[in-house]
Design a protein. Structure first.
Ligand code: F6R
Length: 244
Protein backbone atom coordinates (compact mmCIF):
# COMPACT_ATOMS: atom_id res chain seq x y z
CA UNK A 1 0.00 0.00 0.00
CA UNK A 2 1.49 3.32 -1.12
CA UNK A 3 0.47 6.86 -0.21
CA UNK A 4 -0.43 7.62 -3.80
CA UNK A 5 -0.49 6.39 -7.38
CA UNK A 6 2.80 8.05 -8.23
CA UNK A 7 4.74 6.20 -5.53
CA UNK A 8 3.10 2.87 -6.36
CA UNK A 9 3.79 3.37 -10.07
CA UNK A 10 7.46 4.23 -9.48
CA UNK A 11 7.77 1.07 -7.36
CA UNK A 12 6.39 -1.10 -10.19
CA UNK A 13 8.55 0.64 -12.82
CA UNK A 14 11.66 0.03 -10.66
CA UNK A 15 10.76 -3.65 -10.28
CA UNK A 16 10.32 -4.01 -14.06
CA UNK A 17 13.56 -2.12 -14.77
CA UNK A 18 15.40 -4.34 -12.29
CA UNK A 19 14.23 -7.50 -14.08
CA UNK A 20 15.08 -6.05 -17.53
CA UNK A 21 18.59 -5.13 -16.34
CA UNK A 22 19.20 -8.44 -14.57
CA UNK A 23 18.26 -10.41 -17.67
CA UNK A 24 20.37 -8.05 -19.82
CA UNK A 25 23.37 -8.81 -17.60
CA UNK A 26 22.70 -12.54 -18.12
CA UNK A 27 22.53 -12.00 -21.90
CA UNK A 28 18.86 -13.03 -21.93
CA UNK A 29 15.62 -11.58 -23.26
CA UNK A 30 13.06 -10.22 -20.81
CA UNK A 31 9.42 -11.01 -21.59
CA UNK A 32 6.95 -8.41 -20.35
CA UNK A 33 3.16 -8.82 -20.17
CA UNK A 34 1.60 -5.37 -20.50
CA UNK A 35 -1.76 -3.78 -19.73
CA UNK A 36 -3.54 -0.69 -21.02
CA UNK A 37 -6.24 1.58 -19.56
CA UNK A 38 -5.67 4.45 -17.15
CA UNK A 39 -3.94 2.48 -14.36
CA UNK A 40 -0.51 1.79 -15.95
CA UNK A 41 0.03 5.22 -17.57
CA UNK A 42 2.29 6.51 -14.79
CA UNK A 43 4.28 3.24 -14.80
CA UNK A 44 4.96 3.74 -18.52
CA UNK A 45 5.84 7.41 -18.01
CA UNK A 46 8.38 6.39 -15.36
CA UNK A 47 9.88 3.69 -17.62
CA UNK A 48 10.22 6.29 -20.40
CA UNK A 49 11.94 8.65 -17.93
CA UNK A 50 14.33 5.88 -16.88
CA UNK A 51 15.11 5.20 -20.55
CA UNK A 52 15.85 8.90 -21.20
CA UNK A 53 17.65 9.77 -18.01
CA UNK A 54 19.09 6.55 -16.64
CA UNK A 55 20.00 4.58 -19.76
CA UNK A 56 17.38 1.85 -19.28
CA UNK A 57 17.38 -0.07 -22.57
CA UNK A 58 14.50 -2.15 -23.95
CA UNK A 59 16.66 -3.85 -26.59
CA UNK A 60 16.27 -7.25 -24.91
CA UNK A 61 12.53 -6.82 -24.19
CA UNK A 62 9.81 -8.89 -25.84
CA UNK A 63 6.31 -7.68 -24.98
CA UNK A 64 2.86 -9.26 -25.04
CA UNK A 65 -0.19 -7.14 -24.40
CA UNK A 66 -3.19 -8.51 -22.58
CA UNK A 67 -6.01 -7.48 -24.83
CA UNK A 68 -7.59 -5.41 -27.57
CA UNK A 69 -11.15 -4.43 -28.45
CA UNK A 70 -12.72 -6.46 -31.26
CA UNK A 71 -13.35 -5.51 -33.94
CA UNK A 72 -11.37 -2.27 -34.06
CA UNK A 73 -8.94 -0.67 -36.54
CA UNK A 74 -5.37 -0.57 -35.21
CA UNK A 75 -5.19 3.17 -35.85
CA UNK A 76 -8.51 3.96 -34.14
CA UNK A 77 -8.10 6.50 -31.32
CA UNK A 78 -9.26 3.91 -28.78
CA UNK A 79 -7.09 1.05 -30.01
CA UNK A 80 -4.71 -0.46 -27.49
CA UNK A 81 -2.18 -0.88 -30.33
CA UNK A 82 -2.18 2.89 -30.67
CA UNK A 83 -2.18 3.43 -26.89
CA UNK A 84 0.98 1.34 -26.43
CA UNK A 85 2.84 3.35 -29.07
CA UNK A 86 1.80 6.63 -27.50
CA UNK A 87 2.41 5.66 -23.87
CA UNK A 88 5.57 3.58 -24.19
CA UNK A 89 6.88 2.04 -27.40
CA UNK A 90 7.41 5.23 -29.44
CA UNK A 91 9.59 6.63 -26.65
CA UNK A 92 11.95 3.71 -25.93
CA UNK A 93 14.39 1.56 -27.91
CA UNK A 94 12.31 -1.65 -28.10
CA UNK A 95 12.70 -3.53 -31.40
CA UNK A 96 9.28 -3.22 -33.13
CA UNK A 97 9.39 -6.87 -34.13
CA UNK A 98 9.43 -7.80 -30.43
CA UNK A 99 6.07 -6.10 -29.81
CA UNK A 100 3.01 -8.38 -29.70
CA UNK A 101 -0.53 -7.08 -29.22
CA UNK A 102 -3.82 -8.87 -29.95
CA UNK A 103 -5.21 -7.37 -33.10
CA UNK A 104 -8.68 -5.94 -33.54
CA UNK A 105 -8.30 -6.48 -37.29
CA UNK A 106 -7.74 -10.26 -37.16
CA UNK A 107 -10.24 -11.84 -39.56
CA UNK A 108 -13.14 -13.36 -37.65
CA UNK A 109 -13.05 -16.71 -39.50
CA UNK A 110 -9.43 -17.23 -38.46
CA UNK A 111 -9.51 -15.77 -34.99
CA UNK A 112 -9.05 -19.11 -33.19
CA UNK A 113 -5.90 -19.72 -35.22
CA UNK A 114 -4.50 -16.26 -34.39
CA UNK A 115 -5.28 -16.72 -30.69
CA UNK A 116 -3.56 -20.12 -30.67
CA UNK A 117 -0.54 -18.58 -32.41
CA UNK A 118 -0.41 -15.82 -29.78
CA UNK A 119 -0.29 -18.46 -27.04
CA UNK A 120 2.36 -20.45 -28.92
CA UNK A 121 4.48 -17.33 -29.37
CA UNK A 122 4.38 -16.57 -25.63
CA UNK A 123 5.50 -20.13 -24.90
CA UNK A 124 8.26 -20.10 -27.52
CA UNK A 125 9.82 -17.02 -25.90
CA UNK A 126 10.07 -18.97 -22.64
CA UNK A 127 6.97 -17.44 -21.00
CA UNK A 128 6.22 -14.11 -19.36
CA UNK A 129 8.76 -12.95 -16.76
CA UNK A 130 6.59 -10.18 -15.34
CA UNK A 131 2.96 -9.35 -16.04
CA UNK A 132 1.30 -6.09 -15.03
CA UNK A 133 -2.46 -5.88 -14.59
CA UNK A 134 -5.17 -3.36 -13.85
CA UNK A 135 -8.48 -4.47 -12.36
CA UNK A 136 -12.02 -3.84 -13.57
CA UNK A 137 -14.69 -2.71 -11.12
CA UNK A 138 -16.25 -6.16 -11.67
CA UNK A 139 -12.95 -7.90 -10.88
CA UNK A 140 -11.90 -8.59 -14.47
CA UNK A 141 -8.22 -8.99 -15.34
CA UNK A 142 -7.38 -8.51 -18.99
CA UNK A 143 -10.85 -8.74 -20.45
CA UNK A 144 -11.60 -11.94 -18.55
CA UNK A 145 -15.03 -11.01 -17.25
CA UNK A 146 -16.67 -12.67 -14.20
CA UNK A 147 -17.31 -16.37 -14.91
CA UNK A 148 -14.21 -16.77 -17.11
CA UNK A 149 -12.61 -20.16 -16.58
CA UNK A 150 -9.44 -20.49 -14.51
CA UNK A 151 -8.16 -22.53 -17.48
CA UNK A 152 -9.02 -20.02 -20.22
CA UNK A 153 -6.46 -19.07 -22.86
CA UNK A 154 -6.27 -16.25 -25.42
CA UNK A 155 -9.68 -16.00 -27.08
CA UNK A 156 -12.49 -13.81 -28.32
CA UNK A 157 -14.81 -12.75 -25.47
CA UNK A 158 -17.98 -10.72 -25.01
CA UNK A 159 -17.61 -7.61 -22.83
CA UNK A 160 -19.99 -7.03 -19.94
CA UNK A 161 -22.17 -3.98 -20.28
CA UNK A 162 -20.62 -2.56 -17.09
CA UNK A 163 -17.19 -2.75 -18.76
CA UNK A 164 -18.50 -1.06 -21.91
CA UNK A 165 -20.00 1.72 -19.77
CA UNK A 166 -16.79 2.12 -17.70
CA UNK A 167 -14.77 2.49 -20.93
CA UNK A 168 -17.32 4.53 -22.89
CA UNK A 169 -15.58 7.84 -22.05
CA UNK A 170 -12.95 6.87 -24.63
CA UNK A 171 -15.61 6.65 -27.36
CA UNK A 172 -18.11 9.10 -28.85
CA UNK A 173 -20.97 7.23 -27.19
CA UNK A 174 -21.80 3.82 -25.71
CA UNK A 175 -22.99 2.39 -29.04
CA UNK A 176 -19.47 2.91 -30.43
CA UNK A 177 -17.84 0.71 -27.76
CA UNK A 178 -17.06 -2.69 -29.29
CA UNK A 179 -19.07 -5.58 -27.81
CA UNK A 180 -16.16 -7.98 -27.95
CA UNK A 181 -12.44 -8.17 -27.25
CA UNK A 182 -9.52 -10.53 -27.72
CA UNK A 183 -7.86 -11.24 -24.37
CA UNK A 184 -5.19 -13.48 -22.90
CA UNK A 185 -6.91 -16.05 -20.71
CA UNK A 186 -6.70 -16.47 -16.95
CA UNK A 187 -4.40 -19.46 -17.43
CA UNK A 188 -2.16 -17.40 -19.73
CA UNK A 189 -1.89 -14.74 -16.99
CA UNK A 190 -1.37 -17.30 -14.19
CA UNK A 191 1.63 -18.76 -16.06
CA UNK A 192 3.55 -15.47 -15.73
CA UNK A 193 6.40 -15.91 -13.25
CA UNK A 194 5.68 -12.63 -11.45
CA UNK A 195 2.53 -10.49 -11.44
CA UNK A 196 1.87 -6.92 -10.28
CA UNK A 197 -1.79 -5.88 -10.18
CA UNK A 198 -2.33 -2.15 -9.63
CA UNK A 199 -5.42 -0.40 -8.30
CA UNK A 200 -5.69 3.35 -7.74
CA UNK A 201 -8.43 5.51 -6.32
CA UNK A 202 -11.64 5.02 -4.32
CA UNK A 203 -13.60 3.40 -7.17
CA UNK A 204 -11.37 0.32 -6.93
CA UNK A 205 -11.66 -0.11 -3.14
CA UNK A 206 -14.64 -2.55 -3.07
CA UNK A 207 -13.21 -4.90 -5.71
CA UNK A 208 -9.70 -4.81 -4.21
CA UNK A 209 -11.20 -5.91 -0.88
CA UNK A 210 -13.12 -8.79 -2.55
CA UNK A 211 -10.15 -9.92 -4.66
CA UNK A 212 -7.69 -9.93 -1.73
CA UNK A 213 -9.77 -10.93 1.28
CA UNK A 214 -12.76 -12.95 0.09
CA UNK A 215 -12.99 -16.43 -1.40
CA UNK A 216 -11.23 -17.40 -4.59
CA UNK A 217 -13.90 -17.45 -7.26
CA UNK A 218 -14.16 -17.21 -11.03
CA UNK A 219 -16.90 -14.63 -10.33
CA UNK A 220 -14.11 -12.24 -9.25
CA UNK A 221 -11.35 -13.17 -11.71
CA UNK A 222 -8.69 -11.14 -9.84
CA UNK A 223 -9.29 -13.32 -6.73
CA UNK A 224 -7.73 -16.23 -8.65
CA UNK A 225 -4.39 -14.43 -8.20
CA UNK A 226 -4.50 -15.61 -4.56
CA UNK A 227 -3.44 -18.98 -6.04
CA UNK A 228 -0.37 -17.53 -7.79
CA UNK A 229 2.87 -17.83 -5.84
CA UNK A 230 4.32 -14.45 -6.81
CA UNK A 231 1.47 -12.00 -7.34
CA UNK A 232 1.54 -8.60 -5.64
CA UNK A 233 -1.31 -6.11 -5.41
CA UNK A 234 0.04 -2.56 -5.51
CA UNK A 235 -2.57 -0.05 -4.37
CA UNK A 236 -2.84 3.49 -3.08
CA UNK A 237 -4.44 4.43 0.25
CA UNK A 238 -7.80 5.08 -1.41
CA UNK A 239 -7.98 1.70 -3.13
CA UNK A 240 -6.90 0.05 0.14
CA UNK A 241 -9.66 1.78 2.13
CA UNK A 242 -11.92 -1.29 2.48
CA UNK A 243 -9.23 -3.80 3.43
CA UNK A 244 -9.70 -5.03 7.00
C1 F6R B 1 -6.49 -3.30 -20.01
C2 F6R B 1 -7.13 -4.37 -19.23
C3 F6R B 1 -8.22 -4.09 -18.26
C4 F6R B 1 -7.97 -2.85 -17.39
C5 F6R B 1 -9.12 -2.63 -16.42
C6 F6R B 1 -8.92 -1.41 -15.57
O1 F6R B 1 -5.48 -3.84 -20.85
O2 F6R B 1 -6.76 -5.47 -19.40
O3 F6R B 1 -8.40 -5.22 -17.43
O4 F6R B 1 -6.78 -3.04 -16.69
O5 F6R B 1 -10.31 -2.53 -17.13
O6 F6R B 1 -8.93 -0.29 -16.40
P1 F6R B 1 -8.44 1.14 -15.87
O7 F6R B 1 -6.98 1.01 -15.60
O8 F6R B 1 -8.71 2.08 -17.02
O9 F6R B 1 -9.22 1.42 -14.64
Amino acid sequence: IFDNLKQGSVFIAQEIAGIIRRKQAEGKNCVLGLATGSSPKTVYAELVRMHREEGLSFKNVISFNLDEYYPLDNDALQSYNRYMGEQLFNHVDIDPKNINIPNGEWPKEEIKKYCAEYEALIESTGGIDVQILGIGNNGHIGFNEPGSSRFSRTRLVTLENSTRIANSFEFANISQVPRMAVTMGIDTIMKARKIYLMGWGPMKAPVIQKAVEENVTEQIPASLLQQHNDAIFVVDEMAAAELT
